[in-house]
Design a protein around this ligand. Structure first.
Ligand SMILES: O=C(O)COP(=O)(O)O
Ligand SMILES: [Mg+2]
Length: 232
C-alpha cells in the first residue's frame, strides 16, 4: 500500500507553496527598514528569512540591518510598522504558483478535505486567500498565531486531525519548508516537500519528506488522481 493511499485530507502550507509572497513581504520589510533609516535588503535575503512567521522575519531583518542582535523592545516597537506596510500591499506583486488553482479544484472534486496551515499571521492569511479567490477550498485555515504553537510544532496538524476526526494515515501535509516536514513528522502524518519555495536556501529533500515534487501539479499523480489539471 502506498504512503498516500489512505489520504482523505490535505493540509497546505501557504507562503512558498501556494503563493509566491516574497515580493510583497520584501517590500514591507524594506519600507519598515527605510522608516528606521536602516540599510536595505534584497528579495533574495528576505526569501531566506521567511518560514517562522512575521515576527521572526522582522527579527532576522533587523539583526541583518543593525548587524547585531535586536532587542526585544526594538522588535516589539517595529512589528506594528511592518504589519501596517504588509497589510497595505498583501498581493501587489505576489502570485499563485502554476497549476495551484486547477489542482485545488481537482482535489475538491475528488472529495478531499483541504486546510491551510501557515506560519503567516491569521489576519493576513484570509485576505490573501480571498484576493486570489481560493478561500472557498479550505474548511480549516490556521495562521501562525491561531493556536498556542506554530510549525514545526505538530499542534496545528493535530488540531486538524481532531477537528476532522482523521487517523494519522488520512492526512497529508504539503509544504516548501523544513518546518512543514518537521511538523508532519512530529504529528506522524505523511508529507510532500516542494522544491520551488523557500527553505532557507536548503534542499527540502534533506528534511526527509515522503515525496519531493518540483511542481504543484505532481500532487495529483501522487494521490493517483487523473492528471487533467495541467492538460489544458
Ligand atoms: O510566514 C512565514 O514565515 C511562513 O509562512 P508559511 O508557513 O505559509 O510558509
Ligand atoms: Mg512555506
Amino acid at each position: 500500500m502506498s504512503t498516500f493511499s489512505q489520504i482523505k485530507a490535505v493540509a497546505f502550507d501557504l507562503d512558498g507553496t501556494l503563493i509566491d509572497s516574497v515580493p510583497d513581504l520584501a517590500a514591507a520589510t524594506r519600507a519598515t527598514l527605510a522608516e528606521l533609516n536602516l540599510p536595505q535588503c534584497s528579495d533574495d535575503l528576505v526569501r531566506s528569512w521567511v518560514g517562522n512567521g512575521a515576527e521572526m522575519l522582522m527579527r532576522r531583518a533587523l539583526t541583518f540591518a543593525l548587524d547585531t542582535e535586536v532587542s526585544e523592545e526594538q522588535l516589539q516597537n517595529t512589528m506594528p510598522r511592518f504589519m501596517h506596510f504588509y497589510k497595505q500591499n498583501l498581493q501587489q506583486h505576489s502570485v499563485l504558483y502554476p497549476h495551484v488553482e486547477a489542482v485545488l479544484a481537482q482535489l475538491q472534486q475528488a472529495g478531499y478535505q483541504m486546510a491551510i496551515v501557515t506560519n503567516k499571521p491569521y489576519e493576513f492569511t484570509i485576505p490573501l486567500l480571498k484576493a486570489f479567490n481560493i478561500d472557498g477550498y479550505f474548511g480549516i485555515v490556521l495562521g501562525g498565531d491561531s493556536l498556542a504553537k506554530m510549525k514545526p510544532d505538530p499542534l496545528p496538524l493535530q488540531h486538524i486531525l481532531h477537528e476532522w476526526q482523521l487517523q494519522v494515515e488520512q492526512l497529508l501535509m504539503v509544504g516548501d519548508s523544513k518546518n512543514d516536514i518537521l511538523a508532519a513528522k512530529a504529528a506522524k502524518v505523511a508529507s510532500v516537500g516542494l522544491t520551488y519555495g523557500y527553505n532557507y536556501g536548503e534542499d527540502i529533500g534533506l528534511s526527509g519528506p515522503d515525496a519531493v515534487c518540483e511542481q504543484f501539479s505532481e500532487i495529483t499523480a501522487l494521490l493517483k488522481l487523473r492528471d487533467n489539471a495541467t492538460e489544458q
